[in-house]
Design a protein around this ligand. Structure first.
Ligand code: URA
Length: 237
């Protein structure tokens, strides 16, 4: 005699049915955040036509990101410069070349395992510093980018990325050397802070400290679970 195999077959053989399967309806906070957030391609499209501040008048194009979407590491810089504005990609000038070298030294490359974005998506004229109002207008895109990417760790380069994401006025020198956390949608993402590569080009003596920061990044990252799609660590503090 054939044995009934599935639960439905077994219940059928006993004259019981239909069989209702319990659906997994539990939505974790991380999933809920992702469900609400626009996708990266939707965000890129929104940013490309943004006219929320006057930087849209002088830009050649918006600069959204480079690298691998959903990579475990996300680097956040300040704003596009002339090269980035021309090419539509972040960190492609001299500072970008140094950033690539620094990342390469700890086994990170744009082709493999890092996603790169800036606080501002448009170039400030003559490479002036971002203004507070511009950061206020533009930073929600960055937070949404982080939520959509779900990185395991962030590297914040330079004071504008640090001040925006850690909500602090403290200088880089005071903040570097320890692990911070950036809160996005109620989740804490570990973050290492370091000097901006443009500053390191002007002050090469500080490169030793940046190297220490990269080692901290490497140590912190290697201590985390692997696998691209695991959710942002839940907040515990
Ligand atoms: N500096 C930044 O902060 N970002 C870039 O994309 C280029 C230079």
């Amino acid at each position: 005699m054939n044995q009934p195999r599935s639960k439905a077959e077994l219940f059928g053989a006993m004259g019981l049915g239909p069989v209702w399967e319990l659906k997994n309806t539990t939505t974790t906070p991380a999933q809920a955040a992702v469900n609400q957030a626009p996708s990266l391609s939707e965000l890129r499209q929104t940013v490309s036509v943004c006219r929320a501040c006057s930087l849209c008048e002088s830009r050649t194009q918006t600069v959204f990101s480079d690298g691998v979407e959903h990579a475990p590491l996300m680097v956040v810089g300040e704003a596009p410069g002339a090269d980035e504005d021309a090419k539509g990609l972040p960190f492609v000038g001299r500072a970008g070349a140094l950033l690539d070298k620094m990342l390469h030294a700890v086994g990170v490359s744009r082709q493999e395992n890092v996603y790169i974005a800036n606080v501002l998506k448009c170039r400030p004229p003559a490479n002036r510093n971002p203004e507070a109002a511009e950061i206020r207008q533009c930073s929600p895109y960055l937070f949404q980018q982080i939520a959509a990417n779900q990185p395991k760790i962030l590297l914040l380069v330079g004071r504008f990325a640090i001040q925006t994401l850690l909500n602090t006025d403290k200088p880089v020198g005071e903040l570097r050397g320890k692990l911070h956390h950036v809160t996005v949608d109620g989740f804490n993402i570990p973050a290492v802070v370091t000097y901006h590569p443009a500053y390191l080009l002007r002050k090469p003596v500080e490169k030793a400290k940046a190297w220490e920061d990269l080692l901290l990044l490497k140590t912190a990252y290697s201590g985390m679970p692997t696998g691209r799609s695991s959710p942002i660590r839940a907040s515990t503090s």
